[in-house]
Design a binder for this molecule. Structure first.
Ligand code: XIL
Length: 365
């Protein structure tokens, strides 16, 4: 055969290979039909990332609405479970990346930011860590390995991390966790340093709930920031994640504002990292109604307005903790009916969706 024919044949084979790879990639990455949605993308109104938590990978893969809304309305993603310690590190010495990597690929395919949640927490810890036995040095080495292996695995893919989650009690004392009890009170500073070593470009967060509810918890977080910033050299901390699992009535707007202002005064970024607004804490309602719809819409507006009071340089995003009221964690975690999210059980936008869009559009640039 002539060389020319050989080259032609090789080219054709290459083309065939590319086509096969492309078609298998498409069917794997878009396992369901993508639904065209009418509303303008929520994130298109905002100058900062608008995120969604994907708590159940099965929904992202197989539920056409869940997937389509995630793609269309959000430009940031947080893994609701798949990057926690038990998910990534189920056995000592063995990491399990496949679910988290699926989310990474999804974010690459659809150009979403991926916020890392979470490196160190007292919950969703694998049982081998819970029952680990060793000296304080051994505990430290074990946790350092986890933090640095995870951060290194996602380096260049995950620009920001919740390094430590929920380390304080509501009364402001440091929570007793396996980490604190085995490594010592200064374990948090170490975690931030380890994460920073593994990825010096990563934006590092302390993340917690209930900070605007409890003055003493806010005080403790601010004291931690002041302590980290005043050490020589300073401990690298760049932001505070306020989870914002809040209620239609509490905490008051003023308390959320005061919390945001005090973080801003320290020059740290703020991520409203897990926003949902519960309407039925006292289980008064058995169904959602128009009055609740409007009340919730006003509350979402208020939250966005407070967020928008931050200077642009300190806004790192608002993440909604789920897509629809059918998939909210509130229902199964607290075992009660509630409607905390922007889309109803049929994945239709609620009044809160529109008030959030409006408030984002009105946000000072
Ligand atoms: C929740 C998930 O949404 C649930 O699916 C899981 O069963 C429990 O954890 N604070 C956090 C999140 O930092 O990781 C939690 O996510 C909600 C409270």
């Amino acid at each position: 055969m002539h060389l020319r024919h050989l080259i032609l044949l090789a080219n054709r084979l290459l083309l065939l290979l590319v086509l096969i790879l492309m078609s298998s990639a498409c069917s794997e990455n878009d396992p369901v039909e993508i639904i065209e949605l009418e509303e303008e993308p929520l994130f298109s109104h905002a100058m900062f990332p608008i995120g969604v938590a994907v708590g159940d990978l099965d929904l992202l893969k197989n539920d056409a609405y869940f997937r389509s809304i995630s793609i269309h309305h959000f430009n940031s993603v947080t893994a609701g479970n798949d990057m926690k310690m038990d998910a990534l590190h189920p056995q000592q010495g063995s990491y399990s990346w496949s679910n988290a990597d699926y989310i990474v690929d999804f974010c690459k395919q659809y150009d979403k930011r991926l916020h890392g949640h979470v490196l160190v927490w007292h919950s969703q810890v694998p049982s081998w860590m819970e029952s680990y036995e060793g000296s304080s040095d051994a505990w430290e080495a074990m946790l350092k390995d986890h933090v640095q292996t995870v951060v290194a695995h996602f380096r260049d893919l995950v620009p920001s991390w919740d390094v430590v989650n929920e380390a304080f009690e509501d009364n402001g004392t440091l929570r007793h966790t396996i980490w604190r009890d085995n490594i010592g009170d200064d374990y948090m500073a170490k975690c931030f340093q380890w994460a920073h070593e593994a990825d010096p470009d990563a934006i590092l967060y302390y993340n917690d709930y209930g900070i605007p509810y409890h003055d003493s918890k806010l005080r403790a977080v601010l004291d931690m920031i002041d302590d980290f910033q005043h050490r020589d050299p300073p401990i690298p901390i760049h932001g505070i994640g306020l989870q914002m699992h809040i209620h239609h009535d509490i905490p008051f707007r003023e308390a959320i504002q005061a919390t945001v202002d005090s973080i801003r005064a320290r020059g740290l970024m703020v991520h409203f990292s897990e926003l949902d607004i519960q309407m039925n804490q006292n289980q008064v309602y058995s169904e959602f109604n128009d009055a609740l719809d409007l009340l919730q819409a006003e509350r979402y507006r208020e939250v966005v307005e407070v967020y928008c009071s931050l200077p642009a340089s300190l806004r790192d995003g608002i993440t909604i903790w789920g897509v629809s009221d059918a998939d909210t964690w509130i229902r199964y975690f607290f075992n009660r009916l509630d409607w905390p999210l922007l889309f109803d059980e049929q994945y239709q936008p609620k009044a809160a969706f529109y008030s959030t869009s409006d408030a984002l559009s009105d946000c000072e640039r």
